[in-house]
Design a protein around this ligand. Structure first.
Ligand SMILES: Nc1ncnc2[nH]cnc12
Length: 179
């Protein structure tokens, strides 16, 4: 069987490498790191689809280039939800999620130095792939602690059953590969 998946997105094409996440399933890895053209295309196409917003929020780490580019194109600030506590964070708030790609529990943190900016503001959640929805749920939980008004959650790709959700904005579907 071919060990890549051909993704067409925003008029360009990429061969995504497949990797096992369990004995029964492979994913086609969508990695924006190092691919400026792909990042720019995804940012431009998502911005055409999203409602008005005041801030972009993205979870660390793979989607940071996308959030950066959407911030640059829109002129709106982006805030990164962190996977660890840093000394420069003010009273970090914490939530816990289970990641598909690391297959471990992971904590997400947002400090008040960033989070307080979001009080009552229209927030756009940005991530690279929505799959199980665990990370999205965790980010929403964290943002609720800061009284943010989440106006939309957007992703270049919706993987597996996530493509059937009606509470997200995405560009393309990404299959899961069952063995
Ligand atoms: N297909 C995928 N590529 C990269 N990150 C992911 N996270 C969940 N699914 C993914």
């Amino acid at each position: 069987m071919k060990d890549t998946y051909t993704l067409k997105i925003g008029g360009i094409e990429r061969e995504l490498q497949k990797f096992p996440v369990s004995d029964k399933m492979d994913i086609a890895a969508f990695i924006l790191f190092g691919d400026v053209e792909l990042t720019e295309v995804c940012a431009r196409e998502l911005l055409k689809k999203v409602p008005d917003f005041d801030y972009i929020v993205t979870p660390e780490a793979k989607s940071i280039p996308l959030a950066y580019e959407m911030s640059r194109m829109s002129g709106k600030k982006y805030i990164v939800v962190r996977k660890g506590v840093k000394v420069y964070m003010d009273r970090p708030e914490k939530v816990v999620d289970v990641s598909l790609t690391t297959q471990k529990e992971q904590a997400l943190y947002l400090g008040h130095e960033d989070g307080d900016l979001l009080d009552g503001k229209r927030v756009l959640i940005v991530d690279d792939v929505v799959s199980t929805g665990g990370s999205l749920k965790a980010v929403k939980e964290l943002l609720a602690k800061f009284n943010a008004n989440v106006v939309a959650s957007c992703f270049p790709l919706a993987e597996g059953d996530a493509a059937d959700r009606d509470d997200i904005i995405y560009l393309e579907k990404l299959p899961l590969f069952f063995k």
